[in-house]
Design a protein around this ligand. Sequence first.
Ligand code: ARG
Ligand code: ZN
Length: 874
Amino acid sequence: QTIYLKDYAPSPYRIVSVELDFRILEENTRVRAQLTVEPAPDTAAGTPLVLDGDDLKLTSVAIDGLPLMLSAYLADEKGLTVFEPPLRRFVLETEVVIEPEKNTRLMGLYRSSGTWCTQCEPEGFRRITYYLDRPDVLATFRVRITAPLAAAPVLLANGNLVDRGDAGDGLHYAVWEDPFPKPAYLFALVAGDLGSITDSYTTGSGRKIALAIYCAHGKEEQCGWAMDSLKRSMAWDERRFGREYDLDMFNIVAVNDFNFGAMENKGLNIFNDKLVFAEPQSATDADYENIERVIAHEYFHNWTGNRITCRDWFQLCLKEGLTVYRDQEFTSDERSRAVKRISDVVTLRSAQFPEDGGPLAHPARPDQYREINNFYTATVYEKGAEIVRMLATLLGEAGFRKGMDLYFERHDGEATTIEAFLNVFEDACSVDLEQFKTWYLQAGTPRLSVSESYNAAAQTYTLKLRQEIPPTPGQPTKEPLAMPIRFGLIGPNGSPMSWTGVSGGAKVEDDLIVLESAEAEVTFTGVANKPVPSLLREFSAPVILDLPLSQEDRLFLARHDSDPFNRWQALQDVSLALATAAVGGQAWSDGDVAALSEAMGDTLASPDLDDAFKALALSVPAEAQIARAIGKDVDPDRVHTVRNELIAAVFGPLAGKLRTAHEGLQSDAPYAPDPAGNGRRALRNRLLALLVGSGAEGAATMATACYHEARNMTDRLAALATAASHWTADAPALLADFRTRFATDPLVFDKWLSVNAGVPEAGVMERLRGILADPGFPRTNPNRLRALMGTFALNNPTQFARADGAGFRFVTEFVAEVDKVNPQVAARVLTGFRIWPILEAGRREEARAALTALQNGGELSRNTADILGRMLAG
Ligand code: ARG
Ligand code: ZN
């Protein structure tokens, strides 16, 4: 059944405070809950109290101490209904038994390598006890945990520790109190035998916060980077948003079975351990950056998510889009803003655009869902962040901050909506955001088409702008959006050009055009020469820009644009134009390729650009992006071949320079995860990939040597991935070496699985089947399953979308099996099929057949059935 936003109604009952008593034993866990319940002011007598519950065994239920008669309530597979509760404040007491050991879905209370831990967002708390499991029910929690001292010397919950002691019989207990009213999805509990590192942070107002990170024994030394990231996050949120931490302690726990990245539970964040552990031998630069980002993200949720939460799950991007925006800003301030922006746009284009342009497209704020777990998507998170970024662009930094201050002041302690969020900016900045709101409501990536004309006699320069949003499932027609377009006009000598006046149908202020209608013309007067336009600087709106510039103009921008994002974009555009033309059968001219090659060479040689930027610039768009640009009847093999030919044509002639630069970037300095070292490694490894990719003589052997000489995981994994993705003669031996060298580290095993799964070579499926068939393969761990099958389905276009359909069937068979164990992992892997509508007819039919077979093959979870249904309907 489908749930609709328009049906939202507040709960007729509130829960004001909660006392939970967990008795955790090896065989099962007994949960006693005392909920102080109050009817809402307008609740009529006789209105039933309907609590959510899932997979619970009810052993007793009472109101104000009196057991309920059997006829007074009903407990079924969906929850507990009390037919006629008192029309006044009362205490509902329930006792249930749950089995964390058997909980393979990893929602609710489950066990990971012996540690009891929880995941409640969005609807996991109902798997712990009967409750009004919805984010607009906020209560204070007091939690007592009793557990075996030997198996679980560490007992944690939200808030502050208020008591602990011996409970006899080898048991001990701890009591935690969280004074901040919160929805149940922010509840957390951990009980286990864990090591820890501790530290402290003193807030701007002088409060000393005790910090701790808990982990498996022996991993303590790998938690230092996460702790460092946490302290920097706390300082940044004070500096940039004036937000201090509010409890006396802040705890983080790393667990190894976790359905996604991490969770912002109040005062007790729980993390997938891959986003906590880092040491140079086993973590890459990308891992370090990810850890820093996610630690920050979860910490920032304390204000944007916890102190101010969501009224209902349709508002998910209220907290996620905003918090991703905040973590992006954190990374930009801590590292290079330009490099961060480019990488975020690469992610947006590779993860969100395909979602928005396929059968799973949905608005950043959806208005209906069957399974909310399927809406923790790139659209809600990353497009949600882009929307907040546009708001900041439109209002300016000071205006945006004023609005945020008002948001915290006005809504602290509330569960609220996107409308309320937009309202604070309207009030703080005296603007009307009615049209802007459409960004939250409409799915689909807008296409912004621009044409230019210059009138030399009149010295006027005109831009014609047109926006178009394609139809998406359930939304056949679209309204125009309010689009901030940052821009500059560049004169023949490469410096910015000025103008004396502007007129037309879009607002222009300084370097910003705001397009609000479907079409508009903007004319600049007093323009002395024909400029080259640099549009959508900083990628100021999440759109596909269609600006037909000559290759010459693009390469001019690549050299002269003052906006680093557009310098990077210009090179991408040139490559993309060449690649799509070639896939369409139009061979590129030697001159075009030579000019691009020269621009790439100059980029490499430029003394003004930093290494990290160069690493991003010296690349061509991914296969998936080329496929999207083509848009229909795609043959992934052809795209793969053309892309490789382009790399060879452009970078082959630069081989000598690439090699020299590669040598020059070698360093004996010990590894540190600092931006400079990171950039140097990124560029050096990029050069190696280009040398091997363009078939330079001896390059494959060079990759082997780089693999063996590597002194940190960043360099070793990069060399391995390069060898594997080009399937060099040594690739199988290097994979075997890597596997044995790090045999005992599961997080490194994941890297090995991903590299294997991404190999664009016909033997890959057999090898993956072999890995899966190994009886020792951890079949229930989400990280392992995603590294293998997530990579294959989402990141190996030629083999997943094989012409014979074997790749599709491999994935649907896997999904059917894993769905029985962990539906969330199964549903996520299945989203790889979203490319199917743009494939050529033969592959389309194979995909449809595999999906149909999955649908007919037996009962599926709601998660997987939802994705499958939309996939086939779209
Ligand atoms: N709120 C968490 C975060 O963004 C993620 C929770 C994901 N939940 C899910 N069901 N996929 O940090
Ligand atoms: Zn989040």
